[in-house]
Design a protein around this ligand. Sequence first.
Ligand SMILES: Nc1nc2c(ncn2[C@@H]2O[C@H](COP(=O)(O)OP(=O)(O)OP(=O)(O)O)[C@@H](O)[C@H]2O)c(=O)[nH]1
Ligand SMILES: [Mg+2]
Length: 487
Amino acid sequence: MNPGDGRLCERLQDVCTGVAPRLPDGGLRDAVEASLRRLADPKLRIAVGGRLNAGKSTLVNALLGTRLAPTDATECTLLAAWFRYHHRSQVAVHFIDGSTEYVAARPGGGVPASLPFDHHSVTHLTVQAPVAGIDDEYLLIDTPGRDALSGLDDYSMGAIREADGLIFVMHDPGEVELRALEEFRGAVAGARLSAGNVLGVLSRIDTIADHLAPALRRAEAGAIAARTSARLRGLVSTIVPVANRLAQAARCATVTEAHAAAVVELAAADPAGRRRLFFDDDMFLDASVGVARPVRAELLSLLGRYGIEEAVAAVDAGARGATAIRAALLAVSGLPELQTLISERFVRNADALRADGVLALLERALAAGPPPTGGAPRELADAVHRLRRDPALRAAQLAEVATAYAAGDLPLDDDMALDLHHLLTGVTVAQRLGLPDADADALRAEADRRITRWQTAESELPRRSKRLARTVIEVLNQLWFGLEGTR
Ligand SMILES: Nc1nc2c(ncn2[C@@H]2O[C@H](COP(=O)(O)OP(=O)(O)OP(=O)(O)O)[C@@H](O)[C@H]2O)c(=O)[nH]1
Ligand SMILES: [Mg+2]
């Protein structure tokens, strides 16, 4: 069965619709009603989070293919914003008291420079724009930067909690960044944030090792991303390097024919002239080349020197005209790789991710109340329990294992940590067993080896960790039996 077909969410909807009218007023009924509202919106919700100035809004614009999120250093994101298609360009302002008001979008679309409301009375915004495709596969949520000093208010966090998955943007993957990620955990999709539903982005890669040529910088960014992925195993699935600004310029059609013609002219400079041109921003603006200074300044703010160098390389390789140069910039920006991961990790698993988020909501409400002894509450608790055991939700259970490991509550040796990582991040059975190119026989043998490893370890684990190890064993067993069917 296709995991994205909505089977789990339909079952959840039936359960909630069935019990809602029979539940007494209170937390459980509120949670069931909130679940029904969430299930009524069939779109997968992906939040983009990270520290202040990480490049989140620029990435959101690149993914949307249009500049709707405010990105300036001075107009930072103050409120969480969702992006939806609408035939009118407007912004819905959602207030704490549950009401909504509409304001005009800024010229060109998107969040206006200032809102005529106190930010503290607003939970989030919905930015609506007549741009086809912006919410076809998933809804993006841009979030305010999280900083050690500022913290997010509960309402912004509440809006983020409605997300099914997170793209965590990091500019400088150090300890502070890790603390920010920790703060998001537990906020998105309940306490289930882990490698199963978090993708990492190493952002602003043009600022990495800026003495190197673009291709070498890309390689360096790839190496940093790989090292950080290894360090965050269990917390984040793959980390992809993305040149956000380049991706935004390429996808949002801000590179015009005039810019393209200017790049062709710059590419005509001899090697020594080019070295001078790209030495620093002042040299770029002051160099004596045929391109007018204001056009050079525009190129600089649009692409940065890194992007201009990439554009010149595209011209060297034969690209002519804005469309071809934009396509070449997009190809080297890292965005296509991120889009593929979003499809493979999030969109393909949309049903399970959405169901997991709703189940987490219901489980929290059930846990907060008295044990359900009968009637509608018992019926709900049983249904939640049954749905949790559905094989399609195993990934969510693995996420729980990864969360325990990341928090230091589940001692695993390196092999087991890697087994878990493969199970969480692999798309094919072969990737989930860490042998992407192996045939079915080798995979069966590997699954068997891993089952034995976990079974041996399980007997040594503290009691509370045994259940987690058994989850992994069950998943491996399931893979083994799946391979058996291919004999
Ligand atoms: N050099 C460089 N600068 C970038 C890149 N992406 C974004 N910036 C700049 O970094 C600043 C912040 O970018 P935003 O996209 O607004 O960052 P943000 O994470 O949304 O910021 P907050 O919402 O304030 O937390 C802006 O001045 C951008 O122009 C990039 O790829 N390279
Ligand atoms: Mg922002």
